[in-house]
Design a protein around this ligand. Structure first.
Ligand SMILES: NC(=O)C1=CN([C@@H]2O[C@H](COP(=O)(O)OP(=O)(O)OC[C@H]3O[C@@H](n4cnc5c(N)ncnc54)[C@H](O)[C@@H]3O)[C@@H](O)[C@H]2O)[C@@H](O)CC1
Ligand SMILES: Nc1ncnc2c1ncn2[C@@H]1O[C@H](COP(=O)(O)OP(=O)(O)O)[C@@H](O)[C@H]1O
Ligand SMILES: [K+]
Length: 560
């Protein structure tokens, strides 16, 4: 897994490494600057030659070599210090470098001050930021080292405006994080226009180079769509020590790190494959025909709504079946029986009129995973959800099963148990957790701002079960503190996943994995990750029906 840290966690690790005497702050800063320079040349190999190729022919026909040029925008903290290192290293490579400083050099923190002096001592010039005019400034690369993880107040709009304008023009590199964005929440911390109240566009870079660990902001909020490409460079901090410090001790018996953790993880294919070794063992046992039969693969029950509303449940059912549930039954009201029967083949169908009918069906203990919500209808949700929850089967609640309790969320929380998974999108989340949603959506006035990670964790604690808060930055939290982000950004971007019914398929994926015996957190994480993989596998033009059909190929590519 890949750890995502908060600014405070990163600062704590750096401080501990420095306090231990293993490394100095200056060395870390040097490595950070070095890492930025290397990342730039990896991203744009054409920049490696400092001469920059022949300049346009002069009137006499003699071509002149033109030097490459960098503009480095430094701020008042250690992020600015990184900028001075980069400026020096680029100059040493033969580049022409111009530095603008926002802030008073005499107030720079010690390491940044040393690098400021090294830059000046080497003949470098520093111009006040006020003189920076992005439109008059030509450069092959602009470096944004104005604010990093220490951003604590709203950024003046004049600075933000200039950064935004520079970013439009050339290769724009954010050091650590685009200045003005909060490393914890990924929110825009740029001052509003006092007259209109409008916020300024957040700064956007083509390349963001961060150090050792990505921060939450690189994967959530507007920041995740503003970093361009993110490169994480190693600055030599000891990983084991860092994890120990942050409360994820290594367990020598299980040879795994404790799961109870303040650390958020970025769900990735390594995590998935570890989880899938569980499923793989099922597959080995069952699909090779040794021990398994369809009942050992679990039996999922998806409750459908009435006539004209059955599509959502059918999508979920198809998802549950494709992901590996042995049997999937659709529970339909009698009025929709014909409609559903004419549409399905490998799925089974049972009549479920109301709560009593559901209770009777659930007397069959083999039904081990339930899904309620997609297309269910509010009244039917209010009727069926309490019965489903009384039977304490692994249960996914989505859509109407969440919105149906908008007037009485506590009533729902009182019934939930620890094998439930709630899968709200932003609107459903606001209906169930209005106070949390309000905090999340409030315009921030300082950093670090309350984040989607904070909100999902708080919601999971309150609900007492796993909450998966959807979006391109899907956050999944367990009441025990585990939390991960399923990020559909950068190389995993799949904006075409925002299509009607794709959430229903996700609910089905999770239900199918629960039927297979995944624990709720693992089912939610794995389902969400595969959901994005399916979207990426299909590409633009995707409709929800296509998603489950990608699973066989995605499994094959993963070697599962
Ligand atoms: N601590 C370390 O040893 C290392 C730090 N590194 C760099 O240091 C950065 C963190 O440095 P800092 O903690 O000094 O923080 P920053 O450099 O991000 O910014 C903090 C400074 O900006 C000021 N400030 C905050 N918000 C402001 C606003 N809205 N308007 C005007 N001024 C504002 C603060 O008063 C403070 O002076 C990281 O992002 C990274 O780039 C790297 O060099 C790696 C090593
Ligand atoms: N920009 C995006 N990139 C990737 N995934 C997205 C994006 N926007 C939404 N999604 C995903 O698409 C799905 C939409 O689900 P939902 O909002 O419940 O829609 P529906 O109710 O139509 O099924 C969720 O899994 C969500 O995480
Ligand atoms: K920055």
């Amino acid at each position: 897994m890949t750890e995502l840290l908060t600014a405070a966690q990163m600062q704590a690790i750096e401080k501990a490494a420095i306090d231990s005497g293993d490394v100095t702050g200056l060395e870390l800063m040097e490595r950070a600057g070095q890492g930025v320079v290397e990342a730039i040349f990896e991203e744009w190999p054409e920049l490696v030659d400092p001469a920059g190729g022949p300049a346009p022919q002069t009137p006499r026909g003699i071509s002149e070599q033109k030097k490459r040029r960098a503009v480095v925008l430094c701020g008042p903290g250690n992020n600015g210090g990184d900028g001075f290192v980069v400026a020096r290293l680029m100059k040493e490579r033969g580049w022409e470098v111009e530095v603008f400083l926002y802030g008073d050099p005499s107030k720079l923190p010690p390491d940044a001050r040393v690098n400021y002096e090294r830059w000046c001592g080497g003949g470098g010039n520093v111009v006040h930021f006020a003189s920076f005019n992005p439109w008059a400034s030509h450069a092959d690369v602009f470096m944004d080292a104005v604010f990093g993880t220490g951003l604590s107040r709203l950024v003046e709009k004049d600075i933000a405006k200039k950064l935004g304008e520079a970013a439009v023009i050339e290769r724009f590199v954010a050091i650590d994080i685009p200045s003005g964005l909060c490393a914890d929440s990924g929110k825009n911390l740029i001052d509003r226009d006092v007259e209109t109240g409008a916020s300024f566009a957040s700064p956007a870079s083509h390349l963001t180079v961060t150090f050792q660990y990505q921060k939450h902001g690189h994967r959530i909020g507007v920041c995740a769509t503003s970093c361009g490409v993110v490169r994480t460079v190693d600055i030599g901090l000891d990983h084991k020590q860092a994890m120990r410090l942050l409360g994820r001790p290594y367990d020598p018996v299980s040879r795994r790190r404790a799961d109870f953790s303040a650390i958020v993880s970025l769900f990735d294919n390594r995590t998935l494959l570890r989880g899938f070794s569980t499923l793989e063992s099922y597959l080995d046992k069952a699909w090779s025909g040794k021990n398994g039969n369809k009942f050992t693969h679990g039996h999922a029950l998806i409750l459908s709504g009435g006539p004209g509303k059955t599509g959502a449940a059918r999508l979920a059912a198809r998802g549950a079946l494709r992901i590996g549930a042995g049997l999937v039954t659709l529970g339909v009201p009698p009025s929709a029986q014909m409609e559903v029967a004419s549409q399905i083949t490998s799925l089974m169908l049972r009549r479920v009129e109301g709560g009593e009918g559901l209770a009777e069906l659930l007397s069959d203990e083999r039904l081990n995973a339930l899904c309620l919500g997609p297309g269910l209808g509010m009244d039917r949700a209010r009727d069926l959800v309490p019965v489903a929850l009384q039977h304490t089967r692994a249960t996914v609640l989505d859509a109407d099963a969440l919105s149906g309790f908008a007037d009485a969320p506590d009533e729902l929380f009182g019934m939930l148990h620890e094998t439930c998974v709630l899968t709200p999108h932003g609107g459903e989340f606001a209906r169930l957790f209005p106070d949390i949603s309000e905090k999340l959506n409030a315009v921030p006035t300082k950093g670090p701002a309350y984040s989607k990670v904070d909100a999902t964790r708080e919601a999971a604690k309150r609900a007492g079960c796993v909450v998966l808060f959807k979006g391109p930055d899907t956050v999944i939290a367990n009441p025990d503190g585990r939390c991960s982000v399923n990020s559909a950004h950068y190389e995993r971007a799949a904006p075409w996943l925002a299509t009607a019914g794709s959430g229903d398929v996700l609910a089905g994926f999770i239900t199918g994995l629960l039927a297979r015996g995944f624990d709720p957190m693992q089912a939610a994480e794995t389902g969400a990750w595969l959901h994005v993989e399916c979207a990426r596998h299909f590409g633009p033009g995707l409709i929800a029906e296509d998603l489950p059909e990608q699973l066989p190929a995605v499994f094959r590519e993963l070697g599962i």
